[in-house]
Design a protein around this ligand. Structure first.
Ligand code: BCO
Length: 565
């Protein structure tokens, strides 16, 4: 795949971009939102121009490697050329227009970045999704989003084809593969013949840019819609202070491209700074590979979920003194103080916590030059005014437990989601007085440091994944052995928390081999929905605790798991 793309080696692009004042010295303050912003023209083309003028170092913009030793190195001019070609494919053969929706379900391959940038150039709203999605998940996403196009690989193409007839809006299917497939447009061939001349749209900062699907406690995942402000946020002065990336830095963000952490950490953050984004294909997660790569490549910054750092530490490798690594950022789930200390002791590097959600991107964090209070999420990142609020939206005094809230009145800050697409009820439900209620419990100390306490609802956060219990319960309900189930979070020494299912069996299955049945149920969930949601723990119970009205008391089960009862 990538050998053939590398062979393209685009000729130096004709840069029709306007002169810019520079990303190093941002044009906008934290509170001064420009009317128009487009990451492709305002950031990517700026760095392409800097390269052309010899004002940026020699490091590539994208440095991609695979387990098989393939390598792609593209500078910003290559990125501009290739993403303009993709933009032309989207508006040409795919007939897409500004505002149309495109599902982007690719593993960590260079085309993910080309398609995302192609969408930004044209105003097409890209909808990232993990490659762990099953055909049922894909059907749901295509139907509710009315996506007119999908980009994926040949391993997921049959899953898409199995449901495509039920998705009337879907008009174009783009394949990233070495071979062609009937009914699919071959992205790589099209890139070769497409024109690199393209006029980037002048997007309003408030125009939609991307949609992330996110799980909730009830029902199916919601669509979190963001405008171009999400990209602008990485540009703002306070945000730049978080990682303080320079053009000579090499950042590796391990998050799957299906999550907002990758869109922010592996697209907007590194390229706003003109840094090199390093990506390993990593089809199968293996902490040994991570260690090897950190020794072999000049990576200076690393972003990953705490489970990744935990798994590296658990390898018990004698030497974890990586030669070039300077800063590590971690978020998506809780990091224990012992893990922070152990990482520091073994690597000599501090783990900077970040906190955010699909709705809010990186919301708070431990800035590079800030005093670290181990166990704290750090401080709010301007322009977000983060406060701890009660259920009515009143700001609580320091060290008082409440919900994490982001002020949205009188002005909604740039970078916060627009709304849940087609779901005004859910959008209204997370508004709490003058705040957006993140639904996470925390306290804030007198110095503004935030201390995470957990969810205020039944949502599960397992190894950095946000998992709705109802999604797992409905997958389990499709198995004939299951009479009913309750799914909660349970502590785990490696993954922080894992999904646990309490299952009441239908009578004919009660005499079955229990270990065998557990494996069968786990495998069943992995096939019905994205496998990361499968219950790693299963307990068979005669009945579930319920309220008088028959509602399952998940909180009671959860408390038992965490030894609080
Ligand atoms: O552990 P098992 O082997 O039993 O099962 C694993 C996989 O083997 C399996 N699987 C994956 N693809 C499959 C499949 N099974 C069948 N068919 C397939 N196509 O399913 C299980 C998946 O679990 P996993 O993804 O947790 O697996 P793994 O490989 O252990 O990965 C570990 C981590 C740490 C790399 C992974 O859990 C991870 O990436 N976690 C971080 C997630 C993340 O980036 N979160 C950030 C969200 S955005 C955010 O929080 C906002 C912050 C600003």
């Amino acid at each position: 795949v990538h050998r053939s793309l590398r062979a393209l080696h685009p000729a130096p692009a004709h840069l029709g971009c306007q002169p810019l004042t520079g990303v190093g010295a941002p044009r906008w303050s934290d509170h001064d939102m420009p009317k128009e912003f487009n990451f492709a023209s305002d950031v990517m083309d700026y760095w392409a121009q800097m390269e052309k003028e010899g004002k940026r170092g020699p490091g590539p913009a994208l440095w991609w490697i695979s387990t098989q030793g393939e390598e792609v190195k593209w500078n910003f001019r290559d990125m501009r050329d290739l993403s303009c070609r993709v933009a032309n494919i989207l508006t040409g053969p795919c007939s897409l227009q500004q505002g149309d929706h495109l599902a982007l379900i690719l593993p960590r391959v260079p085309e993910w970045w080309l398609v995302a940038l192609g969408c930004i150039r044209t105003g097409i709203v890209f909808i990232p999704g993990t490659t762990q999605l099953t055909s049922k998940d894909i059907l749901y996403r295509l139907q509710v989003s009315n996506a007119k196009a999908i980009v994926t690989t040949d391993s997921l193409a049959p899953e898409v084809d199995a449901v495509a007839s039920e998705c009337p809006a879907l008009k174009s299917k783009l394949l990233v593969s070495d071979h062609s497939l009937h009914g699919w447009l071959d992205l790589q061939s099209l890139i070769k013949s497409a024109s690199p001349e393209q006029t980037c749209i002048k997007s309003k900062t408030e125009d939609p840019m991307t949609i992330f699907f996110t799980s909730g406690t009830t029902g199916l995942p919601k669509m979190v819609k963001h405008n171009h402000g999400l990209a602008l946020r990485s540009y703002l002065p306070t945000c730049r202070k978080l990682m303080q990336l320079k053009t000579s830095d090499v950042l590796w963000c391990l998050s799957d491209p299906g999550w907002i952490l990758a869109t922010v950490g592996a697209l907007f953050e590194p390229w706003t700074a003109g840094s090199t984004l390093f990506i390993h294909h990593l089809p199968q997660f293996d902490p040994k590979v991570i260690i090897k790569v950190l020794f072999e490549y000049p990576i200076t910054h690393c972003i990953a979920a705490p489970t990744v750092f935990r798994m590296i530490l658990q390898q018990k490798v004698a030497n974890l003194r990586f030669p070039t690594l300077k800063f590590c950022f971690t978020g998506g789930e809780s990091l224990l103080i012992q893990e922070f200390e152990q990482w520091k002791k073994q690597t000599g590097i501090l783990l900077h916590e970040i906190y955010g959600q699909s709705e809010s991107g990186i919301t708070c964090g431990v800035f590079q030059e800030m005093k670290i209070k181990p166990g704290s999420l750090g401080k709010a990142i301007s322009p977000f005014d983060v406060q701890i609020i009660d259920d009515k939206g009143n700001v609580l005094p320091p060290n008082t437990e409440g919900n994490i809230g982001i002020r949205i009145k009188p002005t909604k800050p740039v970078g916060l989601f627009m709304y849940y697409e087609n779901n005004p009820q859910k959008t209204a439900a997370v508004e709490c007085g003058d705040f957006y209620n993140c639904g996470d419990k925390a306290t804030m100390d007198a110095e503004g440091y935030i201390w995470f306490l957990g969810r205020s609802d039944d949502l599960i956060n397992a190894s950095g994944y946000r998992i709705g219990p109802a999604e797992v319960e409905s997958a389990l309900a499709e198995h004939p052995a299951v009479a009913e189930s309750a799914v909660v979070s349970s502590p785990d020494p490696t993954r922080g928390e894992v999904v646990k299912a309490f299952v009441v069996l239908n009578p004919p299955f009660q005499s079955h081999d229990q270990d065998q049945l557990i494996k069968e149920l786990q495998q069943h969930v992995k096939t019905v929905t994205a496998p990361y949601k499968y219950p790693r723990k299963v307990e068979f119970v005669p009945e579930l605790p319920k309220t008088v009205t028959g509602k399952i008391k998940r909180a009671e089960l959860r408390k038992k798991e965490f030894g609080q009862m």
